[in-house]
Structures are given as structure tokens and as C-alpha cells.
Design a protein around this ligand. Sequence first.
Ligand SMILES: C[S@@+](CC[C@H](N)C(=O)[O-])C[C@H]1O[C@@H](n2cnc3c(N)ncnc32)[C@H](O)[C@@H]1O
Length: 390
Amino acid sequence: TSPAGVTPPTTPPGSPTALLPPWPIFRVAIALNEFFEAAAVATRPPPVQVKTLATAYWQSEISYSLTKSGAIDEVGAEGGVACEDVAAKLKLVPDFLCRMMRAGTLSGIKLLSTDAQGKYSLTPAGDMLRSEHPGSLRSFMLMINEETTKAWRAAGTKSLSSGQSGFKEAFGKEWWAWHNEPSRATQMRQFDAAMRSLNADVSGALLVDWAPPKEDALVCDIGGGAGHMTAAMVKHYPKLKGIVFDQPKVVASSTKEVLAELGVSDRVSTVGGSFLEPLPAALSSCDAFYLKFILHDWADEECVSILSAIKAVAKEGSRIVTTDFILGVDGANMEMSKRMMDINMMAANPPGAGERTWEEYAALFARAGFAKPSQLVKMRDLVSTVVTEV
Ligand SMILES: C[S@@+](CC[C@H](N)C(=O)[O-])C[C@H]1O[C@@H](n2cnc3c(N)ncnc32)[C@H](O)[C@@H]1O
């Protein structure tokens, strides 16, 4: 039960709520992590600090290589396997793959471990990169280390003087325009899968510290992507119904497939459209409009127009529930991760996109004409939630 006194009526097997420790343990763990991280920084001589920063991307490259090459999946399938056998199975160069796999065991990476015979197994972190892991982060690892790396480089160089997004500088178009091209279907689906893979802990955190306005509410996930969050909600609330609203291409492919795979198509329907235009009347019966990782993708003007479009169809008493990386509400380490995500938004999304403080979110709602004050729901995660009643 959360501090708000909310217990989801059903906790299905494999519920992501099980990933969360109780609040007191979470707070102690965060404080310990802050302390040890501060101690590590204080004891690291400046030249070591600088060299570590210069080469930090090497760790991502090794992790990406082990994932993309299929080595992680192969080790996961076999367990206790020699790197030469993995190389033979994947038709890769044994010397190179063995050195890459060895690097995967190093402190700071630790995706692989070896036994006394030098045979490889996955660590719990490595296991999360397996394709078949129920909460697999494989798609996220791939997405963040493919086009996004070029967008980051452009953001850190060209964008600083042009004011354009890193993605536009690197690829000539903004993220959604580029991903919506017919030839980018693979990347679009990889993005949807990456969003799904990021959802497990966030949905667990939301479900323990927020509850829908009523048990049989209609929750409309605006920009809901593959529908993974709505699916998690309806599994915990057996009378809940959902609508996933997203771009027509997304709902017609990833969303339909994922809702069917998760067995919730009977209670969750899809609507295709754009939240940058007036919303369809089908959304006027929603009791809650849920938006996760939507507002941080856009500049204030677009955010106000998205919120205004929702307000225009929303019935009185319904709630707008937004989950994002809200700045200034956590300790230093968590704030650092959120600041990194802010730069990621600068790299990937149009100018003006980025992470905001709680006051900035509240101001967006006020600008969109919401009269009731927004409420902040802190969660056991990097993300927090803002609830605003219509
Ligand atoms: C960062 S993703 C978040 C997806 C999902 N809410 C989640 O947290 O996993 C942003 C979503 O907004 C959708 N989107 C982008 N532009 C849109 C538009 N104009 N109208 C509707 N959806 C849009 C994308 O297709 C994508 O699914």
C-alpha cells in the first residue's frame, strides 16, 4: 500500500510493482547511493576524472556490441559457454569477440561473468538485455546507441550555434518527420519497443503511488505508443478500460500487436490521430488522460496546445495525469540523470523540448486554462507525476 493509501485491487503475476522497495528502504538506498557516489568523486584525482569522462562512451560501445552482435542472447540461451563457442555460433572473429566479452565482465560494465573455467554467463544486468527477457532493455540499448549518438554529437557542436535540434542537424529532419518516412519502419518499431522496454519500472512506480479516479474508469493514454502502460494499468484494475491514442501508423502496428500480445485488446481500444490538432470526440468520455514522456518532447507552445486540445474534449472532473523527469525534486544523483535526459531532448527533439521543474509544469497547465492547481505525485523512480483536475 502506498503512502496515499492506494492498493491496486489486483497484483497480477510478474507485476512491475514488485520491482519497488517500500518507501523507507528506497529512501535509505538513495541516501547510501548519494554518499558512495560523492565519496567516489572526492577520491578520484582530477586527471583520472578527465580520462574517465573522455572514454565513458567506450562502455556504451562495448555494451552495444555485445547486445547487437547477439552475444548476450547466445550466452543467455546457453549459460556457462566459452567465448570461442559463441563466436563460432555467431560466425564472428573469435579473438575480437573474446576480448569484447572479457571487457563485458569488467567493473563498471558487468554484463557478463566468468566461472573458474572462463565460461561466460549473464549477470542480472546482462540478463536485462536478452531479447526474450520480459522487461528487456535490448531495444533501448540499440536505439540510444544508433541514430541518437549522431544527434548528440550534432547537439554538442552545431546546435550550440544554430539553435536547431541535434537530430535535425544530423539527419536534416526532426525526429518524428524522419521516423515517419516509409523507409524508416524498422527504426519506428525499434523506438516503440524501446519505449515499451523503459516502461516496466515506471509503470510499477505509478501503480503503487497513483490510482485512477475510480476502479472502472476509462483511462486514455495520449501518445501512448505501443500501449504498454495502459496494459499494465488494466491488468491491475480488472474493471478499468483504456484507449491508446497515438499516430495512426503507430496504433495500426505496434499498439495493436502489443495489446493483443498482452491479452488486453478486449478492454483497450486504439484511436489514431495527432495531439497537435483538435482531438476526436471519442476521447470526451475519458475519466483520466495519461501522458508519459510527451510534454518533455515539445516546446512550451506545443505543450500548451496539447493540453488545451485535451481540455477542449475533457469532461468536468476528469484528470490530466502527466509523467515526466521533473527537475529539482530529488537528490543529486537522480537529478544528474534527469539533466542527462534534458540534453538527450536537446539532441533528439525540436528546440524548446527538455525537462522542466515542477513549477514550470504547473505554469503550463495554468497557461492552458486549467483553473484547479496541479498536484505533484512523487514516485520511487526518476520520474514524477503531475495530476490536474479539469
Ligand atoms: C516519447 S514517446 C512516449 C510513448 C509512451 N507514452 C511511453 O511513455 O512509452 C512519444 C509518443 O508520442 C507519439 N507522438 C508523437 N507525435 C504525435 C502526435 N502529433 N500525435 C499523437 N502522438 C504523437 C509518438 O508516436 C510516441 O509514441
